[in-house]
Design a protein around this ligand. Structure first.
Ligand SMILES: *Cc1c(COP(=O)(O)O)cnc(C)c1O
Length: 491
C-alpha cells in the first residue's frame, strides 16, 4: 500500500503542470494576447495570400518532447510558420472561395466554453449550455420561417450539416431495399460537392443522380426537373430528394426554390436547401422573393462560419419536421440512464450524430447578445452592395466582362479580348494576383470558360478593399498585356 501511495503522489507531482498556477495562467494569457493583438493591429497591412514554400514550415518540424517547451519560442514558431503562408482568412482582402472572417467576440466565447468545458450534448449534464444551443435553434427556425414542430442541430460545418440532412431524408423516404435501388436525387452541376460526398457517406452512391440543366444565371430550370422526374417515374424509379441551393459556391446563384418546392410536393420528394453560404441573408430582405420555397422546404443548412462571420467550426441543420430529426438520430444506452429522466429541453445528442461535442453554441450566442442583430444585418447588406458595386465597376474596365448580376455577394469576371486566348490570359491574371498576394481571389471553370470570382463575405471587407482591387486589376492587366505583346513580337 505504502508503495502505491508513494507512486500516486509522485505522478501527481509530475503531472501538476497540467494545472498551471494563477500567475502562470495570467502570464500565458498575456503572451497570447500580445501575439493576437499584434496580429489584429497589423492585419490590415498583411497580404491576403502568401504562396507556400517548404522553408516556411521549418519551425514546425520540431518533435514533441517529454520535457516542457518554451512558450515564447512556441509562439514565435507558430507566428513565423502557421500564420505565414497560405490564405489569411481573417483578412478583409480575402475574396476567395466562400470566406468567413472570424469575429472577435466568438473567440471569447470559445475561450469561456473551453475553460468551463460545459457538456452541451445532454440536457441533464448542463441544462444551461443546452438551453443556449436550443435558443439558437429556435431563433433560426423562426428565421427560416419553419413551423412550430421544426428542430435543428448545431454541427461543425456545412458538410456535416448536409450529411445529416441527407441521412434524415434517407431515413424518412427510403423504406425498403428496392427504394434504395430506385432512389433518384436531383442536383445541378453547381451543387456543392459536399452533397455528393454526403450521398456517398450516407450509403446512397448507387442512387441515380440527375444533374438538372441550369439557365444562364446558373439556376436549376424547374421545367427540366419536372420532365426528368416524369421520365424517372415512367422507368419505375423513385424520385426521392431534390437539392436546391440558396447561394451556390461558384456564382452565388439562388435556385428557383419556390417552384422546386411545388414540384417536390407534387412528387412527394424531400426538398433540401443548401444555404451554407446564403442562409444568413435571410436576416435582410434580399431573399424575400425566395421565402415561400425556403419556408416550405423539408431541411436547410446554413453556416454561421460563413454568412454570420463566425470563426470556422459551426454549421446548422434545420428540419421542418423536427420529429424526423429525432427519429433519425435518437438512440440511447444503459450508461445514459440518469440522463433520460429530465426532458425540459431536447438534448443535442438526440438530434445529431454526435454525443460529446464542443459547446459550439456559445460562440454564436455571445456575439448576438453583445452586438445585437442589427450590425450583422448591416454587414450583410454592405457585402451585397459591395458585390454590386464591384460588378458594375469591373464591367466598366476595358475588355472585361462579368457574369450575371450577383444574387448575393459573388462576382464572376474575366478579361475578354477576342484577339487573344482569354482563358489563358485569365489564368495568367489569376497567377499574377496570387503572386502579388495583396488580394486573394479564386477561379472556376463553367462550360469551358475560365472565370475569376470575387466572393465578398469577410466582415472586414469594405469599399476601400474593392477600390484597391480594381486598381490592381488594371495594373496587372497592362503588365500581362505588355508581356503578351513582347512574346508576340519575339516570335
Ligand atoms: C461552404 C459550402 C458548403 C460546405 O460547408 P463547410 O462548412 O465548408 O463544410 C456547402 N455548400 C455550400 C453552398 C457552401 O458554400
Amino acid at each position: 500500500m505504502e508503495k502505491i501511495i508513494d507512486e500516486i503522489l509522485k505522478y501527481e507531482q509530475d503531472s501538476s503542470v497540467l494545472e498551471p498556477k494563477k500567475e502562470d495562467r495570467i502570464e500565458m494569457i498575456q503572451k497570447i494576447i500580445n501575439y493576437t493583438e499584434t496580429f489584429l493591429e497589423s492585419n490590415p497591412e498583411l497580404p491576403a495570400f502568401r504562396s507556400f514554400h517548404p522553408d516556411h514550415l521549418d519551425d514546425l518540424n520540431k518533435p514533441f518532447l517529454e520535457t516542457p517547451g518554451d512558450i515564447d519560442e512556441i509562439i514565435s514558431d507558430l507566428g513565423n510558420s502557421m500564420d505565414y503562408s497560405g490564405i489569411n482568412p481573417a483578412s478583409g482582402k480575402h475574396l476567395g472561395y466562400i470566406p468567413g472572417g472570424g469575429i472577435f467576440t466568438s473567440s471569447l466565447a470559445d475561450y469561456w466554453a473551453d475553460i468551463t468545458n460545459r457538456y452541451a450534448g445532454v440536457f441533464y449534464a448542463n441544462p444551461g449550455a443546452v438551453k443556449i444551443e436550443n435558443q439558437i435553434i429556435r431563433w433560426l427556425v423562426e428565421l427560416a420561417g419553419y413551423g412550430k414542430n421544426a428542430w435543428g442541430s448545431l454541427l461543425s460545418g456545412g458538410s456535416n450539416a448536409n450529411l445529416s440532412a441527407i441521412v434524415t431524408a434517407r431515413e424518412e423516404k427510403l423504406k425498403s431495399l428496392s427504394d434504395y435501388e430506385n432512389a433518384v436525387i436531383y442536383l445541378t452541376s453547381q451543387t456543392h460537392h459536399c452533397v455528393n460526398k454526403a450521398i456517398k457517406i450516407a450509403g446512397l452512391h448507387h442512387a441515380n443522380i440527375r444533374y438538372i440543366k441550369i439557365d444562364e444565371r446558373y439556376r436549376m430550370i424547374p421545367q427540366n426537373l419536372k420532365s426528368q422526374i416524369e421520365k424517372d417515374l415512367s422507368l419505375g424509379l423513385k424520385p426521392f430528394m431534390i437539392v436546391g441551393s440558396v447561394g451556390t459556391t461558384d456564382t452565388g446563384a439562388i435556385d428557383p426554390v419556390n417552384e422546386l418546392l411545388e414540384i417536390a410536393h407534387e412528387y412527394e420528394a424531400w426538398f433540401h436547401i443548401d444555404a451554407a453560404y446564403g442562409g444568413f441573408f435571410l436576416l435582410t430582405d434580399i431573399l424575400d422573393e425566395f421565402k415561400p420555397g425556403i419556408n416550405g422546404s423539408d431541411s436547410i443548412v446554413m453556416d454561421p462560419h460563413k454568412s454570420l462571420f463566425l470563426p470556422y467550426g459551426l454549421g446548422i441543420l434545420l428540419v421542418n419536421d423536427g420529429e424526423a430529426l429525432k427519429r433519425t438520430f435518437s438512440l440511447s444506452a444503459n450508461y445514459l440512464q440518469d440522463a433520460t429522466e429530465m426532458e425540459d429541453e431536447i438534448s443535442p445528442a438526440d438530434v445529431s450524430p454526435e454525443l460529446t461535442k464542443h459547446f459550439r453554441g456559445l460562440r454564436m450566442w455571445l456575439p448576438l447578445k453583445l452586438h445585437g442583430i442589427s450590425p450583422f444585418k448591416a454587414a450583410l447588406f454592405e457585402k451585397h452592395l459591395l458585390a454590386k458595386y464591384f460588378n458594375e465597376k469591373v464591367s466598366q474596365l476595358s475588355d472585361f466582362e462579368v457574369g450575371p448580376e450577383p444574387d448575393l455577394s459573388v462576382v464572376l469576371f474575366r478579361f475578354n479580348d477576342p484577339s487573344i486566348d482569354s482563358n489563358k490570359f485569365n489564368e495568367l491574371l489569376l497567377r499574377k494576383i496570387h503572386e502579388d498576394g495583396t488580394i486573394f481571389v479564386s477561379s472556376t471553370t463553367i462550360d469551358n470558360t475560365f472565370w475569376i470570382r470575387a466572393a465578398i463575405l469577410v466582415f472586414r471587407t469594405h469599399k476601400n478593399t474593392i477600390d484597391l482591387f480594381l486598381n490592381l486589376l488594371g495594373e496587372f492587366c497592362s503588365q500581362i498585356k505588355n508581356n503578351y505583346l513582347q512574346e508576340e513580337n519575339e516570335s
